[in-house]
Design a protein around this ligand. Sequence first.
Ligand SMILES: C[S@@+](CC[C@H](N)C(=O)[O-])C[C@H]1O[C@@H](n2cnc3c(N)ncnc32)[C@H](O)[C@@H]1O
Length: 467
Amino acid sequence: MDKSLRNIIGRRRRKGPKQKNLLFKRGIKVSFELKTQRTPSFLLTTTMDVEKVFHMTGGAGDSSYAKNSSLQKKGSDMVKHITMGAIQQLYLTTSPKSIGIADLGCSSGTNSLSTIREMVDAIEETNRSKVSQPLPEFRVYLNDLPTNDFNAVFKALPDFYRELKQARIDQGSGPSIYIAGYPGSFYGRLFPTDCLHFIYSSYSLHWLSRVPPALYDEQGMSINKGNIYISESSPPEVSEAYFRQFQEDFSLFLRSRSEELIAGGRMVLILLGRIGSNHVDRGNSLLWKLLTQSLTILVSQEGKRERWHWSEGKRVRAVVVVDKSGVAVRAEKRRGSCNCGWGREKGWLEVTRREKLGKVEKDRLDSYEAHFYAPSKEELEDETRREGSFEMDRLEMVEMGRDVEDSKSYGMAVAKAVRAIQESMISHHFGEGIVDSLFQQYERLVVEEMAREEMITVSFVIVLGKK
Ligand SMILES: C[S@@+](CC[C@H](N)C(=O)[O-])C[C@H]1O[C@@H](n2cnc3c(N)ncnc32)[C@H](O)[C@@H]1O
C-alpha cells in the first residue's frame, strides 16, 4: 500500500468503529472496510501482565512454591551429573579468578540455593584435583520476574552461608560468594556484556513471555474457546500460534544470553517438553486438560446460592438459581432472620455481584489461555541452529513418573505443585474467590486420573556452549 493511502487509512481509523470508505486514488476506486478492534481488557494476557502478575506462590505456607517444588527438585536432580559436568568443564577451560553464575527463573523455594551449593562444591573439587590456583570468587545472580518472592530467598542466605562455612571448618575459610537478586524477564537483556561464565535455568523456559496474541481473533475473542492450552478440540491455528510464540521467545532468549556470556561460556537449560510432533499427549497436556475441566465444572455448577441480606430495613433471604451455563436465572427474596452480620449495603452488593458472576465466569474461561509451551527435541535443535550463537553440546530427554506406591498422595502432590505455579494467574483472571474451590476440584480429578493410569512427564536438558 502506498504511503499517502496508508496515512489516510491511519487517520480514518482513529475516527471510530466500522466504516465503509471510498477513496479515489489516481482514478482508481478503492473500497475498504475498517473495523475497530474492541478487545475487552480482561481477554488478553500481554507480556506486561506476565511480568507483573506471574509468580510462584511465595512465603513458606502450605500452598507456597517452597513447600510444593519437590517434583522440580527431583527433575533437576536426575540430570545433576550433566549440570555439574558442564560447570566443571567450563571452569577447566576458562579458569577465571571470579566466576559469574546466573540462575534464571530461580523462584522462591530452596531449589535454587541448593543447586548453587552443588556448583560451588563441584568447582572446589575440580580446583583441588586439577587446577593449582586459588579458588575463584563466586558472583551469583538469582533472576526471576519482579513479582517473585525474592525476600524469601534472601532470608535463607544467612543459613546458606553458615552451612557452607561449617562444611569447610577444617579448611579455615570458606569460598567467597556474592549473591544478588536480578529481577526482570529473561526474554531480553538482563546482564552487562560478557559478565557471565555459566547460566543455569531449571523448569522455567517452558513459560512463554506472553499468551500468543494469535490466539485471539479480530474482536479479541479466543479461537481456543473452552480450552486453556492445546487440546484435541483445538483448531490447528492454536498449536501454530503457540509454536510461533515459542520460536520468537526462545531465539530472543538465546540472543540475549549470547551477549551476556563470555566467549566459551556455557548454559544448562532444563525444561518440560514433549515427545514427537503431537502436542496432545498424556505427559504434556493432561494437567492442562484437568485444569480446564475443573474450571468448567466450577462455571457450570447448577444449583442455588443463598444469602441473607438487608433490604428496606428488613432482613430477607435472596435465592439465586444458577443454570448449567453458570448464568443466574432467578432471584427470590423471602423473609427470615439474619445471622450473617452483614451491613445493609454489603448484603445487596454481594447478591447483585453473584447474579452476574456466572456469565462473566463463562466468558473468562473462554478467554483464559496458558502462556506455556512444551517444545519437542527437534524444535529446540532447529531454533538453536537458526539463532546461531550457540553450539549444542548435549541434549538429553528424561522421563519422570510416580516414584511412590500411593497414587493418591502422588496425585495430591502434583495438584499442589500446579496450584503453587498457577495460582497467581488464575486469581488475576478469575478473582481470588475461586482459587480454593477450583483447586479442591482439581486435586480430586488429578487423584482420580493418577489412580487410573500413570502420567509420565518429559523434560529436556540442554548444554549449550557460546560460539
Ligand atoms: C517452576 S518455577 C522453577 C523454579 C526453580 N528454577 C526450580 O527448579 O524449582 C519457574 C520460575 O520461572 C520464572 N519465570 C517464568 N518466566 C520468566 C521470565 N520470563 N523471566 C524470568 N523468570 C521467569 C517463574 O516466575 C518461576 O519462578
